[in-house]
Design a protein around this ligand. Structure first.
Ligand SMILES: C[S@@+](CC[C@H](N)C(=O)[O-])C[C@H]1O[C@@H](n2cnc3c(N)ncnc32)[C@H](O)[C@@H]1O
Length: 194
């Protein structure tokens, strides 16, 4: 039997976002990086929608800007050279509670400095703000990595956040891949529709 091509975790995460987004929606990319997730969200929300994308590295914001320009998507995106921990300060009162989806792809910039990584405390704060900012039936997606130094500790924080949301009665999914050791996993939190 021919081996099955594994679905890339990032593509799976993107699909989880795009399947819920509608034209005209507002979306957040908490970690813009190379801009691939931002561009994907921008496609999904269409010309009447908008994406807020965050990254703390100028290099990442520049890569994202280039990708969006070459794809003709710049008009749909606001780029924030700022920590995703500030999400609640960036969202206007009119935007709060209107997010269709928020995606976080944690860790470090591919091809960039592997020492600049997302951090447990700011990630926790950002996930809480993103969930609070979702519209009814909106979705929070977070890809957590355990294979780099600091990744396991951050992954534990994401897991605790997930467990707290589940304990509060929310629909929470954890998507993992075998063998699990050192592998990324995806958290999905769905906001109730009413
Ligand atoms: C795995 S990359 C993101 C990949 C990206 N989503 C893409 O599609 O190319 C993680 C990114 O998180 C960024 N980052 C680290 N700490 C951050 C923070 N506090 N707020 C926002 N971005 C942060 C890093 O600079 C890095 O670019």
């Amino acid at each position: 039997m021919a081996p099955v091509n594994p679905v890339r975790v990032t593509e799976r995460a993107q699909k989880l976002a795009t399947e819920i987004l509608r034209p005209g929606d507002l979306a957040v990319d908490g970690t813009a990086g190379k801009g691939r997730d931002t561009a994907c969200l921008a496609q999904a929300v269409g010309p009447t929608g908008h994406v807020l994308a965050f990254d703390i590295q100028p290099e990442a914001i520049a890569s994202t800007r280039n990708l969006l320009e070459s794809a003709g998507l710049s008009e749909r995106v606001s780029l924030h050279l700022r920590s995703h921990a500030d999400l609640a300060d960036v969202l206007t009162p009119a935007q709060f509670g209107k997010l269709g989806a928020a995606i976080f792809n944690l860790g470090y910039l591919p091809g960039g400095n592997p020492d600049i990584i997302t951090q447990p405390a700011s990630t926790d704060r950002a996930l809480r703000s993103a969930y609070a900012g979702l519209r009814p039936a909106g979705r929070l997606i977070c890809v957590a990595y355990t294979g780099h130094p600091g990744g396991a500790e951050e992954s534990d924080v994401v897991l605790k956040f997930a467990e707290a949301q589940a304990a509060a009665g929310l629909h929470v999914e954890k998507i993992g891949y075998y063998p699990t050791l050192g592998k990324p996993w995806i958290l999905v939190v769905n906001k109730p529709s009413t």
